[in-house]
Write a protein that binds this ligand. Structure first.
Ligand code: C5J
Length: 221
């Protein structure tokens, strides 16, 4: 078995069963003037990883690894947005409200779009998700099963919210996950560091972590 040099020990790569999943690289989280910034966050931390995420995506494509994208968004009628989620953050600007880039996190709004630099290619799977985890109320598990995929490289934002939630959901469903350390980011550096530690603690209790360079080297790209 070939392994990828990872923490806390080599990731047991099964290349034919591996996909890359890129979480929520959306304008509203990453660009100035979006929802993330309206909550008082420094979006510069997130925009700084865009070139690295792009390199990982392009490397995986070159290696023949399927690339899956997620997009956090809701229906225009908000039927999939419970008050427990809508009433969070800055109450003057909530999910579904009109923001500087259209209705915040509503399907089809400009701010909800995935950044051009890391946009899906035609034919790549895009999972629209109303929750933090990519498995909640989506077809992701069925799509992975159909493609006989059992391992995920995980990238995207934010590390301790949608990325970590997705990794925990995936792990509970039997998927092995490798988090790309420098292709994920948080508005809070200490939360990112803690998340990486939590994921790989206790013998990879949730998953593994490795740098993008190391992952691409193992994929021979
Ligand atoms: C958040 C996400 N932070 N994609 N979403 O609300 O992590």
């Amino acid at each position: 078995m070939t392994g990828i040099r990872a923490l806390p020990y080599p990731f047991p790569l099964r290349r034919g069963e591996l996909a890359l999943i890129v979480i929520d690289m959306q304008r509203d989280f990453v660009e100035p003037g979006g929802f993330g910034e309206s909550l008082g966050n420094d979006v510069g931390r997130l925009s700084a990883i865009v070139p690295t995420v792009k390199r990982l995506i392009e490397g995986c494509r070159a290696a023949g690894i399927p690339v899956i994208h997620t997009q956090e968004c809701h229906r225009p009628d908000l039927a999939d947005l419970p008050p427990a989620k809508r009433n969070r953050g800055n109450p003057s600007l909530r999910i579904g409200d009109q923001g500087p880039m259209g209705r915040i996190l509503i399907a089809g709004a400009p701010g909800t779009a995935i950044l051009d630099e890391v946009a899906p290619l035609p034919g790549e799977l895009v999972i629209q998700k109303p929750g933090k985890g990519a498995f909640y109320a989506t077809s992701l598990q069925d799509e992975l099963r159909k493609r006989h995929l059992s391992q995920l490289i995980v990238a995207g934002v934010t590390t301790e919210v949608c990325v970590q939630t997705t990794m925990r959901e995936a792990n509970d469903r039997g998927y092995e996950c490798l988090l790309a350390e420098d292709a994920t980011e948080s508005y809070f550096p200490e939360f990112k560091a803690a998340t990486l530690d939590m994921i790989r603690a206790q013998g990879a209790i949730v998953g593994w972590t490795a740098s993008v360079d190391t992952i691409l080297e193992a994929l021979d790209v």
